[in-house]
Design a protein around this ligand. Structure first.
Ligand code: IDP
Ligand code: MG
Length: 153
């Protein structure tokens, strides 16, 4: 199945939202293929947010992203990248639709709770950035059959 990266940002850790968000991820039907806590640093953030290094808010973004450890997870599912990206909502929590994670849990364009990969190509690059090979598991829990029709898997 397709895989995507989610980062529970310090804004989710600080506000103790991890359990609620994981519940929504599991309820939706994603398979958790990998999960761990790690401390980010400026070096990895300069890679991960390479498209933003010249923005005036970049130093403040780094500061917020290193303020606590984060939890990174690999979610698997059919069209996992697009589905989780839509479940996340647009960047600015104030504009994110109700029902999305950012729409329901935040008011900020910076401290917006989660990161979600934005394309299949970037998901592969990002998963390789945050996980070693043995940390992601290819398995199908027996309950997967309740989340999809026979011809969808
Ligand atoms: P995305 O997370 O929705 O993909 P990107 O444009 O890739 O949005 O930006 C990455 C992260 O950088 C955002 O999630 C947010 O934390 C931060 N960011 C983006 N734009 C702004 C801004 O205008 N002000 C402050 N932080 C921002
Ligand atoms: Mg992005």
């Amino acid at each position: 199945m397709e895989k995507t990266l989610v980062i529970f940002k310090p804004s989710a850790i600080d506000r103790r939202l991890v359990g609620k968000i994981i519940s929504r991820i599991e309820d939706k039907g994603f398979v958790i293929a990998g999960i761990k806590m790690m401390q980010l640093d400026e070096k990895i953030l300069r890679e991960h947010y390479a498209h933003l290094v010249d923005k005036p808010f970049f130093p403040s973004l780094v500061e917020s992203m290193i303020s606590t450890p984060v939890i990174v997870a690999c979610l698997a599912g059919v069209e996992a990248v697009r589905v989780f990206r839509e479940m996340t909502g647009v960047t600015n929590g104030r504009n994110a639709a109700p029902g999305t994670l950012r729409g329901d849990f935040c008011m900020s364009s910076q401290t917006n709770i989660v990161h979600a990969s934005d394309s299949v190509e970037n998901a592969e690059i990002e998963l390789a950035r945050f996980f070693a090979k043995g940390e992601i598991f290819d398995y199908l829990p027996s309950n997967v059959k309740y989340f999809y029709g026979d011809n969808e898997l």
